[in-house]
Design a protein around this ligand. Structure first.
Ligand code: ADP
Ligand code: MG
Length: 235
């Protein structure tokens, strides 16, 4: 039975002004993602991967084209609705973790739950920290954690509200190979448990092949169509 796509981008363009004239950063992106799918986005540095992620997250508005996320045409949402939309639908993990240094691991994970006004914020945050294997690190500050541990805290924070979509922008870019693998395995495990749709930006083609679909961006365009991964999913 055909489902409603959770992400549908139609002919999305993003043009920014610069002193040297307009810069076309995204040039006609079409993208359809079904709920629960995993999509790898690959492409050279500067090809527009992070910008595309910002558009899916509702952090950046396209110059033209339509963006439908979880049934909402997000360009039509006002500021308050957009904040609610992000809270309910989007979790993000960045290359550089983006944890708040003056807060413990538990406090960092609880932030989105507290912003959502959840009375059980700390209980749920503790559960999510346990799910990423960091139960005994709850009271540690980011500076007391390894890079891999910090990224696991960031992953717990991104998933604590059960968002429909997890966006990960080079999540292993600051980690060594083995530590990166642990984070990636955890991401796929939680994706499978929670049914989260996952968009994984990486310049590692092999890593992208773990996803059900892979798209390649070059110069603001999709150059390789969405295709089934050749490799069987391992989980
Ligand atoms: P990627 O993540 O694939 O490396 P980005 O999405 O970060 O690529 O950037 C795509 C292009 O857009 C790059 O050429 C970058 O310099 C440019 N760019 C990104 N953000 C801005 C901005 N705010 N102003 C001007 N140019 C930008
Ligand atoms: Mg980038």
């Amino acid at each position: 039975m055909p489902q409603n796509p959770i992400i549908k981008l139609n002919d999305v363009h993003l043009t920014l002004k610069s002193d040297a004239g307009p810069v076309n950063i995204l040039r006609g992106i079409d993208l359809t993602v079904q709920p629960g799918e995993t999509v790898g986005i690959v492409g050279p540095s500067g090809s527009g991967k992070s910008t595309l992620m910002s558009i899916i997250a509702g952090l950046e508005a396209p110059t033209s084209g339509s963006v439908l996320i979880a049934g909402e045409a997000i360009e039509t949402l006002g500021e308050d609705d957009l904040a609610r939309f992000r809270r309910e639908n989007i979790g993000i993990v960045f290359q550089s973790f983006h944890l708040i240094p003056t807060m413990t691991a538990l406090e960092n994970v609880a932030i989105p739950l507290e912003l959502a006004g959840r009375a059980d914020a700390f209980a749920v945050a503790a559960e999510r920290l346990a799910a990423v294997g960091l139960k005994d690190r709850a009271s540690h500050y980011p500076s007391q954690l390894s890079g891999g541990e910090q990224q696991r805290v960031a992953l717990a924070r991104a998933l604590c509200t059960n968002p429909k979509i997890l966006l990960a922008d080079e999540p292993t870019g600051n980690l060594d190979g083995k530590t990166g693998d642990i984070v990636i395995d955890l991401m796929f495990k939680l994706h499978a448990e929670l049914g989260t749709t996952m968009i994984l930006i990486t310049h590692d083609d092999q890593l992208a092949q773990k996803c059900t679909h892979v798209i390649r961006l070059e110069d603001g365009k999709v150059v390789a169509p969405v295709q089934a991964a050749e490799m069987a999913k391992t989980e």
